[in-house]
Design a protein around this ligand. Sequence first.
Ligand SMILES: C[S@@+](CC[C@H](N)C(=O)[O-])C[C@H]1O[C@@H](n2cnc3c(N)ncnc32)[C@H](O)[C@@H]1O
Length: 306
Amino acid sequence: MARALFDPERGYYTRNIRTVGARGDFSTSATLSPSLGAAIAFWLKAESRAHPSIRHIIEIGAGDGSLMQNVRQAMSWWKRRQFTFHIVETSPVLREQQQKRLGSKVHWHDTIESALAHAQGDAFIYHNELLDAFPATLVQWQNGQWHEVWVPESLHSHQLDVSSFSALRHTAFKDGQRCELHPSIRDWLRNWAPQWKGGAMLSIDYGDEFPQLYHRRSQGTLRAYLLHQRLTGADIYANPGRQDITADINFTDYRAWLRELGITEVSYHPLADFLRPRAAPAQLLDADGAGTAFKCCVHRRQACAS
Ligand SMILES: C[S@@+](CC[C@H](N)C(=O)[O-])C[C@H]1O[C@@H](n2cnc3c(N)ncnc32)[C@H](O)[C@@H]1O
């Protein structure tokens, strides 16, 4: 999955993605409506009252740049001027689209470490549908133990640290149950979190707590998208580098990893609960859509709490 998405020569995100939205392979809530950006601007305004010395805003994984554009447009001219805006983007194709859309108003970085260094460690951070693009390890419960699923499909004994993953500690599944693990997200957080000294972070993605995430999903949540078609089973592996591959986020694990890094959780909700008081229109609050399938958590680096 890492190579299919991020190989420097042939990866989907590095080379072959056309864009995000109607003209790409998948849409995101950010490309469907400006209201997510407006709600994030509202959240940033409230956070900046709690942390008045923070002057940097970092978006990680900005797609076609619509979300950053909507966040900026929803802020008053005066508020915008108080902040320096940064995007962390690993896809050269999408970075070019973001630069066309946003011009010189934003600083671009390859890594969050670089953006945090620019901000001297103090920043408000947000990301939408970033984590679901991280490579996942697929595991299957079979004959009383967990196995890794390899490509071509075969089961192998797993070498993963059980303490990091709620699924590997769970032994009440039926044979054949599949789950995804994200050591890639855990390791990424461990790399940059020590450099985040103060501020708040908003994480939005589709997923749920474990084990609800796998309720009636015996095949797990791994899937691919090509021209807005959802592909499952063997089709996930059919066009490596030509289609998006994604999996839901296990928020039990994600929140535990942040807790272990000393980052304080402020809230965890369905996205609808974040949007509703910030006046999002009905289409984003659709009961079967973004509002409930998506979750949203807010964390703070307490060192800077005033
Ligand atoms: C599914 S798209 C979501 C785009 C956008 N946030 C939105 O809501 O429309 C994932 C984005 O994250 C970027 N990305 C993936 N891995 C990344 C990483 N490790 N650091 C920064 N950006 C990354 C991709 O290139 C892409 O821009």
